[in-house]
Design a protein around this ligand. Sequence first.
Ligand SMILES: Nc1ncnc2c1ncn2[C@@H]1O[C@H](COP(=O)(O)OP(=O)(O)OP(=O)(O)O)[C@@H](O)[C@H]1O
Ligand SMILES: CC(C)(CO)[C@@H](O)C(=O)NCCC(=O)O
Length: 305
Amino acid sequence: MEPQGYFKFERVEWQKLSKRAELPLTTQQLTDIKALNDRISLEDVQDVYVPLVRLLQKKYSDFEKWNRDKLDFLQIPMRKTPFIIGISGSVAVGKSTTARLLQVLLSNWFGDLKTQLITTDGFLYPNAELEQRGILNRKGFPESYNMNALIDFLGAVKSGRGNIEVPKYSHQVYDIVEGEYDVIDQPDILIVEGINVLQLPANQSIYVSDFFDWSIYVDADPELIEKWFLERFEVLLDTAFHDPTDYYYQYAQMPRKEAFKMAREIWRDIDLKNLKEFILPTRFRADVILHKTEHHVLDGVMVRK
Ligand SMILES: Nc1ncnc2c1ncn2[C@@H]1O[C@H](COP(=O)(O)OP(=O)(O)OP(=O)(O)O)[C@@H](O)[C@H]1O
Ligand SMILES: CC(C)(CO)[C@@H](O)C(=O)NCCC(=O)O
């Protein structure tokens, strides 16, 4: 069922807005995008992301003006408040690729704005903690994240604090990496990407999404997402092949057929289950829904009315 609250654009209609956007892609951007992931379609960037960033820029100008007016009226000295964008969607749908693509586009077009990016994977409890709680096989489900720490982090960013450390999660280690951090230091724009960013946790009075000035949900048919999950699994196996310290080494040593059988089970029992129970129900909380089809091609956009 589709909700009433959105303007719905098929790809052909949406891409007409690209002309109105008046933001030509620079050679530097094209190079940066290819370096990010050489399978990203540049046509998609031109047709879908250019209008999206233009719309985002309008929202940002509005946000800046409101902040200025608010502080002026309240007689509070001017200070920077970061604009926070949330990006949600299934495991393996392409959230981090979308987030990094947006960061490249924003950084190049609006060079005077500092755009930083985090993933909520860093707020997963370490494996040892998950094990102690008996939820190691629930990684990614709401209870596997330290939501209080994520909310505290967002509060600190919004209040203008600098040099904030965010724990780092590694897919290769399959755990939080002790002693490694990303540092978020007073950005103008912060992109927060993760499966849980639009969720309403049971025992907090503040939601993660309360901090968002804009949110995007990346959507696709679960059967396609499973395909992307397995493709990425294969890349992880190839990377792990000669490295016994890599979590995927154990799978890389198995006959491929057997490894894929296990990956399909992980998808079915963990990530697909999580998508159906906890992620998909948050889709219509997003300001923008990007819909993808085969080969990650974007075929539709919905914008909240
Ligand atoms: N626009 C795109 N074009 C081509 N391939 C893409 C695109 N977006 C994502 N992919 C591929 O799809 C797979 C999943 O993408 P990505 O890692 O960005 O997903 P994710 O949603 O961030 O996953 P997770 O939640 O597990 O971190 C990767 O193999 C990535 O290279
Ligand atoms: C780290 C998350 C939860 C989200 O990125 C996901 O990639 C994950 O590890 N899920 C657990 C099951 C699995 O895919 O291995």
